[in-house]
Ligand binder design. Structure first.
Ligand code: UN1
Length: 486
């Protein structure tokens, strides 16, 4: 943060919001907001609630669609307002960190990184507004796992390019979204250009199947992205852009020349930071068999040092998963592995709250992983020295292509592997989470998304009118020429 607050300053700024209750409701250009009635949960603590939300009704959706107006100010004025919003976000750090902990289960380090990323998105897009017409009206549908950063990134790109935006945050995190939209309005974004419509899949479906919508930005599951694509093809104008960033079955290969300490630290961060709830997170570790026993023993030791608990607590490394449905789905996966004697290591989770303990599960290969397990569960596969190319083929055969990690000390191997693995983000001898706006744009290939990458130079082109997209910034399609999810 610009102010570089110390930990004591952060704690003091966060403290007044320990018991605060926020309210969220549709923030529509022409309508009084209704009274919030649905309680929002704190995933770490069933006895706490950060506030309440009034979900969007069918009438609200019609009101929002009718009131939406593209942001007609000059590019310079739009950029100035987004930069003012970035300043307001930074000034609000105490409230934002408190809300990220209590509504989204974010530890303080995760919350600091998230605010940093949201501010970076605002400033990055504000500084690079293309000279092109907007798509018109953009629907932005964002996930609960980055309820500030991804929510803000989508909106900032759509607003910078002059669109009107209908923003539907994840059902679990309407309060942080409502705070963000209030700050954007205060910074000068017109209320007709940015409207907030909290709610679930019904709201999302309505906002992606109305002829007045000119484009959709979506981050979430591949399954939902495919439904959105079908709805858009049926109801929206031909060529309306979809910017989707979706799931992954992210792998890492650790060969016998890797530095064990560095590999273990990268594995722990990639698999268990944010309780594994990042689409970039490591799901399947391939470790060369000659070093597997030693590396897994070290990894187990590092896992024992992880502290699980309330994300408000500064000692917490691993917080809860987002809600009880998520917890039950992951627990069923671990139970099935336990029944087959494939659980290598499992920590103990706190008794209350929606926690999943960091867990290691042995697998014969990534093909045995049927779906993305969105939590702190790492799958481990041993491979022989002659199997490297087969391992790469197996990873590519999943059809996903989001992040990939490699730990090796052999230079030729870095080239060999990274030339062959299909993934939007390739990381060598480091962790595979934490992409950085500008210097490491983030996005997937194949089933993991449409591209272009968020926080990169081509992203904003997709928020422009379809006939102008090829002309903007040289962007002509997915970088690899591989198909979008289909
Ligand atoms: C997501 O989790 O939906 O690199 C994507 C990272 C983040 C991932 C965000 N940018 O870890």
């Amino acid at each position: 943060l610009a102010h570089a607050p110390t930990l004591a300053v952060i704690e003091a700024a966060r403290a007044p919001f320990r018991d605060h209750r926020w309210q969220a409701a549709p923030l529509l250009a022409r309508k009084a907001t209704p009274a919030p009635e649905e309680t929002v949960a704190n995933p770490a603590n069933a006895a706490d609630s950060p506030g309440a939300v009034a979900p969007t009704s069918a009438t609200d959706i019609e009101t929002a669609l009718a009131a939406a107006r593209p942001w007609g100010d000059s590019a310079a004025d739009r950029g100035a307002a987004l930069n003012r919003a970035a300043d307001l976000y930074e000034d609000s750090f105490g409230e934002i960190f408190a809300l990220l902990a209590r509504e989204a289960g974010k530890s303080l380090p995760d919350a600091v990184a998230e605010l940093r990323e949201a501010v970076d998105f605002l400033r990055y897009y504000a500084a690079r507004i293309p000279d092109a017409d907007p798509a018109g009206l953009f629907t932005c549908i964002s996930p609960w796992n980055f309820p500030l950063a991804i929510f803000t990134g989508q909106i900032a790109a759509a607003l910078a390019t002059g669109n009107a935006v209908l923003a539907k945050p994840a059902e679990q995190t309407p309060l942080i979204a409502s705070l963000a939209v209030s700050l954007l309005h205060r910074a000068g974004v017109p209320r007709t250009a940015l409207q907030l419509l909290p709610g679930g899949g019904v709201v999302g479906a309505a906002l992606t199947s109305d002829y007045r919508v000119g484009g959709v930005a979506f981050t979430g599951s591949t399954e939902t992205a495919l439904k959105i694509r079908a709805a858009m093809a049926e109801h929206l104008a031909p060529g309306a852009p979809l910017v989707a960033e979706t799931g992954g079955l992210n792998a890492m290969i650790v060969d016998s020349t890797a530095l064990p300490e560095q590999a273990v630290q990268s594995i722990v961060e990639s698999a268990f930071q944010s309780a594994g709830q990042r689409c970039s997170a490591l799901r399947c570790l391939y470790v060369q068999e000659d070093i597997a026993d030693d590396l897994l023993a070290m990894l187990g030791g590092a896992m024992d040092a992880l502290h699980m608990g309330d994300p408000w607590d500064l000692a917490t490394d691993c917080g809860p998963v987002i809600d009880d449905d998520a917890r039950a789905g992951i627990a069923a996966h671990v139970d099935a592995a336990r029944a087959e004697n494939r659980v290598l290591k499992e920590l103990r989770a706190p008794a209350s709250g929606t926690f999943i303990a960091p867990t290691l599960i042995e697998l014969p290969g990534i093909a045995a992983l049927e779906r993305e397990i969105f939590g702190p569960v790492l799958h481990v596969v041993r491979f022989g020295s002659a199997d490297l190319d087969r391992v790469i083929d197996d990873i590519n055969a999943t059809g996903y292509g989001l992040t990939f990690g490699l730990h090796t000390r052999i230079d030729d191997r870095v080239q060999h592997v990274t030339d062959r693995v299909h993934a939007g983000n390739l990381y060598v001898n480091r962790n595979q989470i934490g992409a950085i706006v500008g210097s490491q744009p983030f996005g997937g290939e194949g089933l993991s998304g449409t591209g272009p990458k968020a926080g990169g130079p081509h992203y904003m082109a997709r928020f422009c009118a379809p006939d102008r997209q090829a002309a903007v910034d040289g962007w002509t399609g997915p970088a690899t020429g591989r198909p979008e999810p289909a």
